[in-house]
Design a binder for this molecule. Sequence first.
Ligand SMILES: [Zn+2]
Ligand SMILES: [Zn+2]
Length: 342
Amino acid sequence: MQRLVATSVNTVTFQEVDKPVLKSGEILAQTLVTGVCGSDIHAVQGHHPFVPIPYLPGHEVVGVIREIAPDVNGFKVGDRVTVEPDLPCWNCKNCNSGQENLCENLKFFGCGYSQGGMAEYWSLPATRFHKVPESFSDEAAALIEPLSTPVHAVKLSFIGSKDLTGKTVAILGCGTIGLLTLYVAKFFNAKKIVMTDLLESKRELAKRLGADSVFDAASPSLSDDVRNDFGQSVDVVFDCVAIQQTVTQAIKMADKSGTVVIVGVPTKDVSIPLPIIQDHQIRIQGSATYLPVDYQDSIKIIGQSSFKANEFVTAVFPKEQAQKAFDTAIAGGQIKVLIRFS
Ligand SMILES: [Zn+2]
Ligand SMILES: [Zn+2]
């Protein structure tokens, strides 16, 4: 079979290798489509803090089950599936307390693991598989994994409430994760949502998808602009960019008593105004991947008639043009780039 390898900076190449051999407890699937994630882009550019080149990319996968180990129940050959790519040890403190996303021995399919989803076939433990509803297109199904990330992040902001009812929300960044966060915040009943981005085209898309107001992230008075729009500080700010500028903006918006959730993947350290964090009781909340229950909510959100998968999946390349898919994703301007394998 063929599998894609990120061989050097900005370069991906197909290699001919043997199909994975199924182990007990595992399922082997054949790829239909895979998404090119922001973290794939970081890694192929040599910027990912934890994934060195060469690596086997692809963790946003939709496939069809081709083989099932005899000890696996609940799935059948031919089922269309997606996977949770995090591979916990099931044996550490966090795994034992239902926080396997924070496993202390975590491995991650497609991120420095011995297999990635940008291959014709891959095998994983059956516990990582989720069936895709029949009504979903392959393209919509490829959004289940990326949408689960903001589902997890938004739930971490509830803090004693059951959802975001009555809460004001700002989302920094109108890329894939920012726009998916918009859907999640609406699903969980946020009262009012503003979004920020540097690009007018992305701000317009955010409005079209239901943001109440949008602001130019380049404005030197951005935090005041947003606070004026709400008439007060913001209850929850989701930073989907996670650079110095956006963290500073987020803290100013949340000041006082608000929560800043770091959803985007930071590539380096930032400084924060610690005296203000302390004195104004601001909460800075990290958020890492997801849990099975987040996949279930993600599937519910994509199943809503208001969810527009075609606004997110803006480019699909056949696997023969995988390099072009990466080049296109690196160039920016797209929301979600997919590679179709079969
Ligand atoms: Zn991803
Ligand atoms: Zn563990």
